[in-house]
Each structure stands twice: as C-alpha cells, then as structure tokens.
Design a protein around this ligand. Sequence first.
Ligand code: GLV
Ligand code: MN
Ligand code: MN
Ligand code: MN
Length: 405
Amino acid sequence: MTFHSMWAELVPIGRSSASGGYRRYAWTPADLDCRAWFKEQAESRGLAYEVDRNGNQWAWLGDPDAGDAVVTGSHLDSVPDGGAFDGPLGVVSSFAALDELRARGTDLAKPLAVVNFGDEEGARFGLACVGSRLTAGQLTREQAHRLTDGEGVTLARAMEAAGYDPDTVGPDPERLARIGAFVELHVEQGRALDLTGDRVGIASAIWPHGRWRFDFRGEANHAGTTRLTDRHDPMLSYAETVLAARREAELAGAVATFGKIAVEPNGVNAIPSLVRGWLDSRAEDQGRLDAVVAGIEKAAGEYAAAHGIALDVVRESFTPVVEFDHALRDELARILGKDTGITVPVLGTGAGHDAGILSGRIPTAMLFVRNPTGVSHSPAEFAAEDDCVAGVLALADVLEGLARR
Ligand code: GLV
Ligand code: MN
Ligand code: MN
Ligand code: MN
C-alpha cells in the first residue's frame, strides 16, 4: 500500500505554517506543485498521462480510446485554509486503488483512469467546479475567460501564466462519451458515518446550492465627525442581513452562510462606501432553497432602504439537486456488501463535487470515508489512517467490480 508515502509527499504543498491549513488555489504555485505531483504519480506507474483541453489531468491504465472507461479521482485544490483531505484523499486513494488492483493481478476488461479536476473549490475565481463544468458544457469559454480573481487577474491570464492554453477550454463531449462510470471518493463532510459506526458510505444525493453576491452601497464619510443620523452606512444593512440569513435558514430548515466579505475603502476611521458579502446557501430541496434566499433578499432590501443604501443582488452560480445514478449506486452497494453481507450506509450531502456536475452526463457515484468530527473546509478536517485504507480497499473493490473481465 503506497497510500502513506503519497500522502506524505502532498502534505507540505501549499500548507500555511501559521494555520496548518492549505491554500492551493487554482493555477497558483501550490496548485502547480500538486499538478507536478500528479504527473509524477502517473509516470512513475507507467500510466498514460494527459492534460485535457480544460486543464484537468488524467492518468490511464489501458487504452483511453477503448470506451466504457471506469474513471475515479477528485481534486487537489483547496478552499482558504482548507483541510488536507477534501479532494486529495480521493486522488491519493485512486492511485492507491490502482496499485491494489495491480497487486491483485485483476484481469481488467475496461480502461481505468485517475483524474484530477481543476479548480473544484472556486476559491480563487469564485465559481466552483470550473474544470468539470467546462467539460460537461455547463460553462462556456467566454464565461470562463471572464472569471476574475480578487487581484483582477482573469482565469485566462492565470492559465496562460501557468503555461496552459486558455483558448482550448470548452465542452468535451468526446471525452465524456468514452467514460462508462465515474466514481469519486471523498472525505465525509459531516458525522453520519461516525454515528452509524461505518468506515465507508455511498452518496445518494447532493443538495441544490448556490452563491449570491450582495452589494450594499452607501456613502464613505469620516468616522469621527459624521453624526449617526447623517450616515449612510452599508455595514449596518449588511450586519442585519447576516442575522436575517441565520433566521431564514432556521425557518426553512436550510443553511445559509456569509463567509466572505469585501469592504471599501476598508479604513478603520472611515464609514464604508461599499460592503460586498457573498452568501452561500443550500437546502435539501429546491423549494426550501428558494424560500430561504427570497427571505434573505427581502430582508436585505428592507434594511438597505431603512439606511438609504443601494442594494444589488447577483446570483453568481447555482447547482441544482443531484441524484446519483441509482443503478450504479446499487451496483456499488452490491460490490461492497458481497463478501461481508454488510449494508453500506447511503448518505446525502450539502457539499458540491465534480461528481455532481458530471452526473447529468455520465453514470456517477461517490464513496465517503468517515470523518470523526465532521469538520471540513478547516485545518481541523481529519480522517483516521485505518479508515483511509478501508476507503482505498472499497474503491479497489468497486473499480474491480466495474471493470473486471
Ligand atoms: C465545495 O466543497 C463546496 O461544496 O462548497
Ligand atoms: Mn470542498
Ligand atoms: Mn472536495
Ligand atoms: Mn467541493
């Protein structure tokens, strides 16, 4: 089992010594180091390595053109101060599962591939799952080129600077047509498996989710000399909106988070002219999500009007509910329960994944590995090594079951 040594190689890349969290943003040096690591893993195993038109990396065992390929993988980028497992666990486990199949001497009838999808978290350019969205045709070349980071660098420029051609990006139906099944292994981002006492679970669905930008525009003025009654302070309407988001989410049985904010001019002694807050909201079903976002928008509008603030709300991205392929899900449950008779738990999740984006185009499934605290998108994210190894063996069983002659 090569899991341990692969993991040890990835651990230092893009890790902040201050927080212990990861900052592996798309097309930055840390991301490029992760990509170099992927290429090295592919080549050291004699797998055919390629980068597709959207910058996603592939490592093939068998003929990529044979069709009906069984593909596994995840992503290597991170959120700001993310954990070590969200993404990399899936990629490392995929290579380890291939090693396991080779050690078993399994006679494979179908090609297998490991994939690293680019820019899954959207931490730099604001849109999640850019690599898989482009591939699936959910994002056009023009839209992708316009994505811009906090420093004003476009995605096109960032790709170019990293040595990739941004003019090739776009839908890749020929590639998708060669894939028979995609299985993404991921650390669980909740405590369901801890509660059931299982190491590994199967995903049922992903909640619908989206990102909305709220711009509150007021009037910059002196913090010491402007009377309270003369102010048009957008921070007040923003703060009230954050509280409303919590209230609306509780009412609807959903979640709503303002986790990112930009303030202009951002001076201690100036009333802000602009407060821009990003809302992330998710719910089990579309009706609840619509209700929570409509409630927050309405409250924000009322608070803005009360303070003489102009409000603009823009939906920046949206992903509808995903139901993973039932036949593939049942097949995974059958494979994993075959020798043990154990029923593997089937769980829904509020987290987005490349598997969710691809599920509209190809049969797709996910495996979750137990996370004892449920913490994710934080340096405290964790999975025990025994559970990770169980995940690798489960993934190997699944790949073997799907690709065996
Ligand atoms: C990605 O991990 C997301 O669900 O935000
Ligand atoms: Mn994530
Ligand atoms: Mn992830
Ligand atoms: Mn994700």
